[in-house]
Write a protein that binds this ligand. Structure first.
Ligand code: SF4
Length: 252
């Protein structure tokens, strides 16, 4: 039985979310609806490692400069990602909420299993993702009413059914907004180019998606855009547990 404890109680909001009405709307319309109904209890989850999050950050900032954004700092991000976080802070004059894992959890994990445990087994990789990403996200979402993600349906089989607005039962029933679920990567790149949105410099070096430094690599032209993440695993397990239940894949 899914946890529904944090599901919105306003019948107007529930009707909009469950009716599928959002499917006919564009990203800016959905974000305007979301910010109007949930700010300051809504924030964008941006990895600073994919153009999707940066496009959404730009859209949300144009709708309301007070809009909130957070990043999960696993402690293993590449320098290019940290540089981009600071660039965005300056460009938009915006506070980026940087979420860290619990030091004692990480200490215990690396002491017992090594600092590069993720290559050893799926179980180790999922544990590392859980302590460095999933748990900090859970703690942050506990203080929000809604969150925004840059998921797209064509990113892979684990994301094919993503609705534009949903109740996030994995995180206790808050609202999850996926405004660009029906966009393609080209749509996203066209937006960032048209609006001069800063993106991760590693994209220009062949990384379509930049996660933690040891778990991301460049891909060859024509390869699946998420094939450079946890490339040693099967596609079905390549999620970190942020957008799917931990039992389904716990590998952003
Ligand atoms: Fe750990 Fe790799 Fe997951 Fe980052 S992506 S949290 S380094 S397993």
């Amino acid at each position: 039985m899914p946890d529904q404890s944090r599901k919105p109680t306003d019948p107007r909001l529930l009707r909009f979310i469950t009716s599928g009405e959002a499917e006919a709307l564009g990203p800016q319309e959905i974000l305007t609806w979301a910010i109007k109904n949930f700010h300051p209890g809504i924030a964008l989850s941006c990895s600073f490692g994919a153009p999707e999050g940066l496009a959404l950050l730009d859209m949300m900032h144009r709708i309301d400069p007070r809009s909130r954004v957070f990043v999960l700092d696993t402690g293993r991000l590449p320098q290019a990602t940290y540089d981009l976080i600071d660039r965005v802070r300056e460009r938009y004059d915006k506070e980026v909420e940087v979420l860290l894992p619990r030091a004692e959890d990480v200490q215990e994990m690396v002491r017992a299993r090594g600092v590069n445990l993720f290559y050893e087994s799926i179980e180790n990789r999922q544990l590392c993702c859980r302590l460095r990403k999933v748990e900090p996200l859970k703690r942050h979402l506990a203080g929000l009413d809604a969150w925004v993600s840059g998921l797209r349906r064509d990113q892979g089989i684990t994301r094919a059914d993503t609705p534009k607005v949903e109740i996030d039962y994995i995180h206790g029933g808050l609202v999850k907004v996926n405004p660009i679920a029906d966009w393609t990567r080209d749509d996203v790149l066209a937006y960032v180019q048209a609006h001069n949105v800063p993106i991760n410099r590693l994209h220009a070096e062949g990384y379509p998606s930049v996660g933690c430094e040891p778990c991301s690599r460049a891909v060859r032209p024509g390869e699946d855009e998420r094939s450079g993440r946890w490339w040693w695993e099967q596609p079905e397990t390549r999620e970190c547990g942020i957008h799917v239940g931990e039992e389904q894949g716990s590998g952003i």
